[in-house]
Design a protein around this ligand. Structure first.
Ligand code: AMP
Ligand code: MG
Length: 412
């Protein structure tokens, strides 16, 4: 049986990168969360001209080797109103933040470092070449790649794209992710469950997770544990970039997912993972579609989404570089290991004494949806004897960007 790391490697290897659909154009206001489909190159230098970063006086540094030097002021340069003359030897020009550096000048002395006496200034100290000047092209040279294809655009990129004149950007189409819940005990979430029945919750949970990861959920509803019914819906599901099927992924008499996927020509790469919760997880591919048979238990489904499905979705979305899935944190209180399986547990991550510290959130098992109210991360507890002790390192991955329930937390 594969470990979770091995399973993730298989998923990454087998998931077709990018859908074959052509790139779309996204307006800048809607580009955050989308994946850049082409390199964006600078069409101008940034900054486009050398400019003053301070209010003060533009001068030649060679004229200002020491305190006490006096220079004659001539002319003025302001933002949007460049100075008309050049700065001659022994002179200076009044300049304001954002104004182009006048010809002849190579530096700017701050207003407060020069005493004004009539039409002359006396310097409080030496001025060095380039002081208080942003040079043309120092941030980015014209023609250079500002953002490479495959960049996951965030709110942080909008300003740069606007500065480069990109009112819209080419992005990969959002992956379409079909979601089918199976189980004869399931009723739709807006219905009242009768005896022995429960509300279907995985579909809704997966839909928001998919959307947050940049995919478009395609809801295929609920199917009873009946291979013919599941087969018909699964055939539709396999026409998407990803197909997520929950429930029935194990080896019980009413678990039809493995058979249905195999009968539909899905090449199954693994059908179990050495993980709790989440052992009955199936991953296969048919053509360009990556299909996941996810366990029906809501927390198992949630965990496996984060560990395996989300990375596949990002790959399929065209993301070239992802941040590592896990980072190490200090364990706040001992957790019992399982001998045979690694565990991925709902956890609360917080700064304690200046160190990221993680604690098991507690639960009644993988059917207990309320445990996520107390969690903002998932933590991996490696299999083995005894306990992982407080103070040891475990690997964690934040959920919901690190904000779980009412816990406010910056992502480290
Ligand atoms: P299964 O994976 O089909 O063996 O289901 C495991 C457990 O998860 C059972 O208690 C199911 O009733 C429950 N379950 C399965 N699918 C869902 C679902 N879509 N929403 C909520 N619970 C589910
Ligand atoms: Mg079932």
């Amino acid at each position: 049986m594969l470990s979770i790391d091995e399973a993730l490697a298989v998923v990454r290897e087998r998931t077709a990168a990018c859908s074959g659909r052509p790139a779309e154009s996204a307006p800048l206001s809607e580009a955050a969360g989308r994946i850049l489909a082409e390199d964006v190159r600078a069409d101008v230098d940034l900054p486009p001209f050398s400019r003053s970063t301070m209010d003060g006086y533009a001068l030649r540094a060679e004229d200002a080797p020491a305190a006490g030097v006096e220079l004659m002021i001539s002319g003025e340069a302001a933002a949007g109103r460049p100075g008309r003359e050049q700065v001659w030897r022994g002179s200076a020009m009044r300049i304001f933040t954002g104004a182009p550096l006048p010809d002849g000048a190579d530096s700017v002395v701050k207003l407060e470092d020069a005493a004004l006496h009539g039409d002359r200034i006396r310097l409080a100290g030496a001025v060095h070449p380039g002081e208080n000047v942003a040079l043309q092209g120092e941030d980015l040279a014209r023609g250079a790649v500002a953002l490479p294809r495959g960049t996951a655009l965030s709110t942080a990129h909008a300003g740069l794209l606007a500065a480069l004149g990109r009112g819209s950007v080419p992005v990969f189409p959002r992956p379409r992710v079909a979601i089918l819940a199976t189980g004869s005990e399931l009723v739709e979430a807006d219905a009242r469950p009768g005896p022995g029945m429960i509300r279907e919750s995985n579909g809704a949970a997966l839909a928001v997770l998919v959307a947050q990861a940049g995919g478009t959920p395609v809801m295929l509803g609920v199917a009873a544990d009946d291979p013919e019914v599941i087969r018909a819906r699964a055939e539709a599901g396999l026409g998407n970039d990803l197909f997520l099927l929950t429930g029935g992924s194990s080896v019980g008499d009413y678990d039809f997912t493995p058979r249905v996927l195999a009968n539909l020509g899905v090449q199954v790469h693994f059908a179990r993972v050495r993980l709790k919760p989440g052992m009955p997880t199936i991953f296969g591919t048919r053509g360009d579609c990556a299909a996941f048979g996810l366990p029906g238990n809501p927390i198992s489904c949630f965990v496996v989404f984060h560990l395996l499905v989300r990375p596949a979705l990002l790959l399929r979305a065209g993301v070239e570089r992802t941040a590592p899935l896990f980072f190490p944190a200090r364990l706040g209180a001992a957790v019992r290991r399982l001998a045979e399986r690694d565990q991925c547990l709902p956890a609360l991550l917080a700064l304690e004494d200046g160190e990221w510290t993680v604690r098991f959130a507690g639960w009644h098992g993988s059917g207990d949806l309320t445990c996520l109210n107390r969690a903002n991360a998932l933590m991996l507890v490696p299999r083995g004897p005894g306990e992982v002790e407080a103070g040891e390192r475990v690997r964690v991955t934040p959920i919901d960007g690190g904000r779980g329930g009412d816990v406010s937390l910056g992502v480290p």
